[in-house]
Design a protein around this ligand. Structure first.
Ligand code: SF4
Length: 370
């Protein structure tokens, strides 16, 4: 994972491949009600039991068939034979002084992902940042996950189990979920959208769609699919550079989907869905914080319309880049507010010392603790 002491990031040799990590026996976890109905019908059981199973999993949070006392014992016995409950082991758990907690999960031997529990200062907002892939095929220059070998897409149940396990271990419920952990969510679109649906479902987690944020580094075709399908979830684009000529230095994906195409997709999102889109912007001194960058950001804001910027200080030190000082951040944010006239959220970096802050997921635990 993230290693703040790595100065030069290795070049990526990863291919855009898709692997599914498991396909063992049928698991009820991560399935829609309609999929559970199909399974029950195939096994000569009444389909109305699907809703009871779905609620048992995500509302009541039962962990094995024995806990499903809402089902007849004969059915429970049969389900034990024809399906399998999956588990993810927490391999590491780090707690920060600011209340942030980072959890590493072992998906399979040698395959780990991370999720981060982020309580707000006033305790009103409790966010879980979850992963969608093991490693990442992209290579954003500030991000430690991008240095990892890509090892596969997560299944829906593996995405949801991060939420269930984190909530269980911290003894609290999240108010917000962000798909901003390891991986590019749009490269695992189907499983991510199904996970969001279950998070949103009134018979499951029942989180409002506006409390679920899906992000992308800029996979334009998937943004267009998201718009076409009128997905109700919050949407964020990791912009990170407003200069079209140098964006590829930070965001490798810009070579495939250049800034102009990305902005057109963002504008389409706002026009078609009539909703605000968020731009994430990692502040890197001498790279993307000059007055010219601010002017370019203002131009983007005026082209897109309903948008806001979340600005985040750089947390890693790849390529000799450094974290901006508080003074640099203040100046940048003040100018940005004046020029763009859109909301600017100056996000802190909770969990930095445990390697749980933005861009840091993937730092080796020993490096973080050193
Ligand atoms: S920032 Fe996100 S998309 Fe970019 S390399 Fe890191 S995990 Fe992948």
């Amino acid at each position: 994972m993230i290693n703040p002491r790595i100065e030069n990031k290795p070049a990526s040799s990863k291919k855009d491949e898709t692997l599914i990590l498991d396909d063992l026996n049928f698991t009820p976890q991560g399935k829609r009600i309609s999929e559970l109905e199909d399974f029950l019908i195939q096994n000569n059981e009444p389909k109305y039991r699907a809703t009871q199973i779905f609620e048992g999993l995500y509302k009541h949070r039962y962990k094995n068939w024995d806990e499903f006392t809402n089902l007849p014992i004969q059915l429970r016995t049969k389900l034990k034979l024809i399906s399998e409950f999956q588990e993810m082991k927490v391999s590491h758990h780090l707690v920060s002084v600011d209340g942030t907690q980072k959890f590493s999960f072992e998906i399979a031997p040698g395959k780990e992902i991370e999720a981060v529990w982020i309580p707000s200062g006033d305790g009103d907002r409790k966010t879980i940042c979850i992963s969608s892939q093991v490693g990442c095929t992209l290579n954003c220059s500030f991000c430690a996950t991008g240095t990892l070998k890509f090892q596969g897409n997560l299944k829906t149940w593996q995405i949801l189990n991060q939420v269930l396990t984190v909530e269980n271990l911290v003894g609290d419920r999240a108010t917000n979920i962000v798909f901003m952990g390891m991986g590019e969510p749009m490269h695992n679109y189907k499983e991510v959208i199904r996970a969001a649906e279950i998070l949103n479902h009134p018979k499951a987690f029942h989180l409002g769609a506006k409390r679920i944020t899906i992000s992308t580094a800029g996979v334009v075709p998937s943004i267009l699919q998201f718009i076409e399908e009128k997905q109700p979830y919050n949407f964020a684009i990791s912009l990170n550079q407003s200069d079209p000529n140098t964006r590829s230095e930070i965001m490798d994906i810009n070579k495939k989907f250049p800034l102009n195409e990305l902005i057109l997709a963002a504008k389409k999102f706002v026009d078609v869905l009539d909703r605000t889109i968020t731009f994430e912007y990692v502040m890197i001194p001498d790279k993307n914080m000059t007055d010219d960058h601010i002017i370019a950001m203002a131009r983007i804001a005026s082209r897109v319309g309903k948008c806001k910027f979340n600005v985040i200080p750089l947390n890693t030190s790849f390529h000799g880049w450094r974290t901006p000082s508080s003074e640099e951040i203040e100046k940048f944010v003040a100018k940005l507010k004046i020029k763009t006239r859109v909301p600017i959220m100056n996000r802190r970096s909770p969990g930095k010392e445990i390697g749980g802050a933005c861009g840091m997921l993937a730092l080796e635990r020993k490096e973080v603790q050193a």
